[in-house]
Design a protein around this ligand. Structure first.
Ligand code: PMP
Length: 407
């Protein structure tokens, strides 16, 4: 028994069977309290892009904590590492000249984006543009706006109406967005939110051409285009910093977190295209929004060193290598009768979809017994989103463990 209430958990089962306590990590491996080693198939919750146990980040963060942990960036206050990080992010932003607004994590980033989109239209004299549109299967964090925007009905159940003017369209068909625009009118729609790869909702890759098509539709209709790159950002898409860069999506707003610090400390960042920021920069406090820990100085230091590591070790290229390796080495698992399909081929992301989603909790434990830590996304989609330092030999080890666990 423990006082800890886990997120997204069957707490009855946790109390009955106990918790799986991770004590340590190194590279693509994590270790439990008994010292047993597991390949980290998921990079924690999609965040440990540079792998675990980087003393370099720990040392830099410790040095910052000794100077000052954090103060504030409200009003005219700021901290040097936070300013430096914003400059650095602006240089890799998919839209040149972007402004960077820091948050404590991904859910904050999404709610910031939803508010900013509406407030932008208010600011330019179009306050009737309030509808925010998300997609079925999408996950946009667990704050109120993000839960309302996402396309996972179970997560919305039992709270009453979370947010007025949130609508959902099919995840894979640009015509569904056109139909909604037809139905409610572009003059009432503030923004369309889009995960380049559907992540927590089950790992679904976008149909060919889909992302550019919805981007064009939004542009033509005067609807803000928001990419949620909390999962795909900072290299996870493979070969590029962001999916928005890889597909030249030029988002009006882009939300990020996770890989920004590789999870060494919590932090999110919202990238805002210059045209969108402009009406807020002319004098007056029009953006009454901010988080105590937004731009936390120690988190900013962790992010800066994390970006150094990604660049120095060419980890964007390593993620591109993993895109190919995961695709090649996990594909044979699709032949197993317990597997419905394997989804892979875009970014360092894959899913082994179990034929019977009800088997997922047991399968997670079977995988652990074979030395792999994974989890089920969506309905029984076993998540594979490793740290970029996972070698091809370790991917072989991972695939072999899946084969053994499938029995
Ligand atoms: N958006 C996406 C696409 C995510 O995957 C997540 C987290 N899994 C979030 C937003 C929310 O991020 P956080 O859990 O850091 O609040």
């Amino acid at each position: 028994m423990s006082a800890l209430w886990h997120g997204f958990a069957d707490m009855g089962a946790v109390e009955r069977d106990g918790a799986f306590v991770i004590a340590r990590g190194e590279g693509a491996y994590v270790y439990d309290q008994s010292g047993a080693r597991y390949l980290d198939a998921t990079a924690g919750l999609w965040f440990a892009n540079v792998g675990h146990g980087r003393a370099e980040i720990a040392d830099a963060v410790a040095a910052q904590l000794r100077e000052i942990a954090h103060y504030s960036n409200f009003g005219d206050l700021a901290e040097a590492p936070t300013r430096e990080l914003a400059e650095r992010l602006a240089t890799i932003a998919p839209v040149p000249g972007s402004k960077i607004f820091f948050t404590s994590g991904g859910s904050d980033a999404i709610d910031t984006a939803a508010k900013l989109a509406r407030r932008y239209w208010h600011q330019v004299g179009r306050p009737e543009k309030t509808i925010v549109v998300g997609r079925e299967r999408a996950y946009h964090g667990m704050h109120v706006a993000g839960t309302a925007l996402a396309g996972l009905p179970l997560n919305r159940e039992g709270y009453g109406e979370l947010m007025p003017d949130a609508r959902t369209v099919a995840w894979d068909d640009a015509k569904a967005l056109l139909a909604l625009i037809e139905e409610v009118g572009a003059e009432h729609i503030a923004a369309f939110f889009c995960e380049p790869i559907i992540g927590a909702g089950g790992v679904y890759l976008p149909p060919e051409g889909y992302l550019n098509e919805v981007r064009r539709i939004c542009h033509d209709a005067g609807i803000l285009f928001v990419t949620d790159e909390v999962v795909t950002g900072f290299g996870r898409i493979g070969g590029s910093w962001f999916a928005s860069s890889r597909f030249d999506l030029r988002p009006d707003i882009m939300t990020t977190a996770k890989g920004l610090t590789s999870g060494y400390l919590p932090m999110g960042a919202v990238f805002v295209a210059p045209e969108l920021a402009e009406p807020f920069f002319g004098g007056g406090v029009w953006w009454r929004h901010g988080y105590t820990y937004g731009g936390h100085a120690a988190s900013a230091v962790a992010a800066l060193v994390n970006l150094d590591i990604i660049e120095r070790e060419n980890l964007l290229a390593e993620a591109a290598r993993l895109e190919r390796t995961l695709h090649e080495k996990l594909a044979p698992l699709a032949a197993h009768p317990r597997v419905a399909e394997v989804r892979s081929g875009l970014g360092a992301v894959a899913a082994v979809q179990l034929a019977d989603p009800a088997e997922a909790p047991a399968f997670v434990k079977e995988l652990r017994a074979q030395g792999v830590s994974s989890r089920a996304a969506g309905q029984g989609a076993m998540q594979v989103s490793p740290p970029f330092v996972m070698t091809d030999a370790q991917v072989d080890e991972l695939a072999a463990a899946f084969t053994r666990a499938l029995g």
